[in-house]
Design a binder for this molecule. Structure first.
Ligand SMILES: Cc1cc2nc3c(=O)[nH]c(=O)nc-3n(C[C@H](O)[C@H](O)[C@H](O)COP(=O)(O)O)c2cc1C
Length: 347
């Protein structure tokens, strides 16, 4: 069975799930065009996740994927947290305020309970994908028993082999060019492999179909991935500018005006690629202390971003973007899908 038959889609194009940017409207627009829409639900509560899935199902009868975070939950080291709060304090003071005295775990992992699993089983989206790790065996079995397609991001061959051994249906090969968080299982070890090389590597050593993600902005790049062994391509950055995404005005403007991205763990506690801002220029200095565990670090960053935004300083924004952001085009989601299809078909 081809991947198009498996997912019941017309085109080998996936909208990347993007927590903070995904909306039911964007997902439905992509799915209605015959590609695979998606919802990044990792930062939601289970009841909000359920509402978003139901809303998407009301907007499209076509398949889409939902996405959750499968990180190993870490406890917060109080000394590291305290040092970090003190290190970031001058940035709060710049806006006439003080940092919080403690950091909270702002969202749980899919692994921590079966709350998200139960929502997925109840609402039955076509596919579910995971970032930062693999669900528990009983969770994979429950999804498979319902015929829900499973996918997990891999950034190196070892992760891909673990995904295959767990019986997951599709491997998302996330290359170093990708915008947003690196899907690495262990944030301290990153092979930093380019998308094209990763697709070739995983296709050679695994039998599970591979989806290419990272730095794909047009049909020409998509075609290269498909030729290298990918069964489909997944694009994130290219879709952030669409009207139906929930990106704010400052983020949209920055996508077209700034060309340079960098990876930093200072925003959330895990490495993620985004447009260069104050996090990269002022916070990631050689004397920077260790960041607290993910997602505790993100609690502080989100509070700082909110205060900075209120005072019209957008340089602290989490403007996630892939390294090919300079090739971004102003196109609505349906037009972007159609354009990619045309470009993939052209010689
Ligand atoms: C704004 C943004 C948010 C993202 N959020 C998620 C997420 O919630 N879950 C996930 O699996 N991947 C997430 N990613 C990573 C994408 O799945 C994908 O790997 C990446 O967008 C591909 O690279 P590109 O942005 O160059 O197309 C995000 C990417 C972006 C740009």
């Amino acid at each position: 069975m081809t991947i198009l038959e498996l997912l019941e889609i017309k085109h080998p194009i996936f909208l990347a799930p993007m927590a903070g940017v995904s909306t039911p409207e964007l997902a439905a627009e992509v799915s209605n065009q015959g590609a695979l829409g998606s919802l990044g639900l990792g930062a939601n509560t289970s009841s909000a996740a359920k509402e978003l899935i139901l809303k998407t199902q009301a907007l499209t009868e076509k398949p889409f994927q939902v996405n959750f975070f499968c990180h190993q939950s870490e406890s917060l080291n109080p000394d590291i947290a305290q040092q970090w709060i003190e290190y970031i304090a001058p940035h709060f003071e710049k806006f006439g305020t003080t940092p919080p005295t403690q950091l909270n775990c702002i969202y749980p992992s899919f692994l921590d309970s079966d709350d998200f699993l139960n929502i997925v089983l109840e609402t039955q989206p076509k596919a579910v994908s995971f970032h930062f790790g693999i669900p528990h065996p009983h969770q994979i079995k429950a999804l498979k028993d319902e015929g829900i397609i499973t996918m997990v991001s891999a950034t190196n061959l070892i992760e891909a082999q673990q995904i295959e051994a767990a019986g997951i249906d599709l491997i998302i090969a996330q290359g170093i060019e990708a915008g947003g968080h690196r899907g690495i299982f262990n944030q301290h070890f990153d092979a930093a492999i380019k998308t094209l090389d990763l697709v070739q590597l995983i296709s050679k050593h695994c039998t599970t179909p591979v989806i290419a993600a990272g730095g794909i902005m047009n049909g020409e790049q998509a075609k290269q991935m498909l030729k290298a062994g990918a069964s489909a391509v997944q694009l994130g950055t290219a879709f952030v500018q669409c009207k139906s995404s929930s990106a704010n005005a400052a983020y949209r403007k920055a996508l077209f005006n700034q060309n340079i991205t960098q990876i930093s763990a200072s925003l959330s506690g895990r490495p993620a690629r985004g447009l260069i801002g104050t996090w990269h220029t002022e916070i990631d200095r050689p004397n920077r202390p260790n960041v607290p565990a993910y997602p505790y670090t993100y609690d502080l960053a989100k509070q700082l971003m909110a205060i900075a935004n209120q005072q019209h300083d957008f340089s602290y924004g989490a403007f996630w973007a892939g390294s090919n952001v300079a090739q971004i085009r102003e196109l609505e989601a349906a037009d972007l899908v159609n354009q990619l299809v045309l470009e993939i078909k052209s010689n």
